[in-house]
Design a protein. Structure first.
Length: 140
């Protein structure tokens, strides 16, 4: 069971392979995030983030590329780890993705029953990709 949840809206000022600039509004807080390229396995990447006043984040949202990510993030404890489980809405309705932060690529962790297929490194699941090619357009 989730012990906390957040409503998240986010857009991208820049969304290129290897770098993204994201504006996120999580509940009543704004964030500016810059991400660098992923490693070859898609497991880790450089990330820089700063909190912004909500009004500034809302203003910067107007600069974002077309498309918006709308989701609820649920925090779920499992063993010694916290899973971030994102339930998507809008054009990505029906997609649920879970992520866990590890200290190393080979760190062992308890696999909760709600985990499905492994999608690490599959770019189509990146939020920046979901904005351009939403889940509703996938052939399943």
């Amino acid at each position: 069971m989730a012990y906390r949840s957040y409503a998240i809206r986010q857009g991208y000022i820049c969304s290129e392979r290897g770098r993204t600039v994201r504006i996120r509004i999580r509940d009543d807080k704004g964030f500016l995030t810059i991400k660098g390229p992923s490693d070859s396995a898609g497991i880790s990447r450089y990330e820089w983030e700063r909190e912004l006043p909500l009004a500034e984040a809302e203003e910067l949202m107007r600069l974002c590329l077309p498309g918006m990510i709308d989701k609820t993030r649920f925090l779920v404890r499992c063993g010694d780890h916290i899973f971030e489980v994102d339930e998507f809405y809008g054009d990505n309705e029906g997609l649920v993705v879970a992520e866990v932060e590890l200290t190393s690529e080979d760190e062992a962790f308890e696999h909760p029953l709600f985990l499905g297929d492994e999608v690490t490194g599959q770019r189509k699941y990146y939020n920046s990709s979901l904005m351009a090619e939403p889940y509703k357009n996938w052939i399943r």
